[in-house]
Design a protein around this ligand. Sequence first.
Ligand code: GLU
Length: 434
Amino acid sequence: MPFKFDVQKRAAYREPAPIDRDTPFQSMMERFDVAAEILELTPGFYEYLCRPARMHVTSIPVEMDSGRIKVFEGYRVIHNNVLGPSKGGIRFAPDVTLNEVKALAAWMTWKCSLVDLPFGGAKGGVVCDPEELSPKELERLTRRYTADLFDVFGPDKDIPAPDMNTNEQIMAWVLDTYSMHARRTENAVVTGKPVALGGSKGRREATGRGVMTVALAAMEQLSLTPSDCTVAVQGFGNVGGTAARLLAEQGCTVVAVSDVTGGYYNKRGLDLEEMRAHVRQNGGTLAGYEKAQSITNEELLTLDVDVLVPAAKEDQIDREIAEDLGARIIAEGANGPTHPEADEVLAEKEVLVIPDILANAGGVTASYFEWVQNREGFFWTEDEVNQRLDRMMRRAFDKVYATADEHDVSLRIGAYVLGVRRVAEALRMRGIYA
Ligand code: GLU
């Protein structure tokens, strides 16, 4: 990588209040630093752009079915709103931390910016294990979290959406709770909601669809034909499952997928429809699926395939996995699946990595369409949504590719340069209000 950030200079930039540089925020910062160097950000802009604008931490009391009151910790981090209202999902997970939410919020800022959406970035999280909550407890938790953040959310302020372990039903509760407090039905306050409540057709599949679009664009760059390509997908949820299905529809052979129960491999290609049916009938996992060979997570990530789609969680591809990795293209369906240490190894091996903030931007792009439709009160057909989505994702891929080429850097750094540049330009024009 030709650009090395000057550590001394960076230390000076961080005075007087040091920022928290733990993983995964650090993982975001390592790439941000390189983009900042290329863009020659001033120390003031550097400070401003890497820090979250506001962080909300809330204690959420919930009456459990047993009658006992349990208090959960919830977060909403607004990283930046220079380009417009902040946008980003809410994640429910036992191990979610404020640091992680900060990183995810910053990634939303760069992601929205690079696909040219009029949004800033945010992310929410609640420390809980949704597996252990009854539907009623989940509903009470969601409603109380929304009520606590009523002043933060709003169609012109901050617009939540689904993320890990949250879904359309949870967004419906967010919509209802917000609307009850606002004393009017406000469907533009949240995206990724059910179509019957003003959700957009195509939103559910949009992230996986975007992954497919950019993976096809990458194959084209490497002169690969989809029907000659093999694919491995880590994760079989909304993103991984959809990306696998759509890539198979394009003629690719999906040879491996995984979920929390492990990896499943068949070198002649998996029967994805049958696997989906198995998940539906067996409590939501692939456990016990017998028509494929069992493999470990590590084996899946290092398979000799053309395309690898990590669509599970952060830091899955570390330096060691990168050294053994066999794929030619990585399309990052998850946020932050590649550790910064692996970037270098992947660059040396000339693996074409389509970074998260580009590869999984289809979700928030369709969220933008949903917000536009809600504000107009006029709904689009699924074809219109998909066509616009394909066009925007393709255009974003081409712009990232050209930027990476221009600066002789990876697609990841190209994506950061594009994302950070648009926000910095807007900030320059708006100026600092004193
Ligand atoms: N949670 C998704 C993401 O990480 C979607 C966010 C949204 O639609 O606002 O991009």
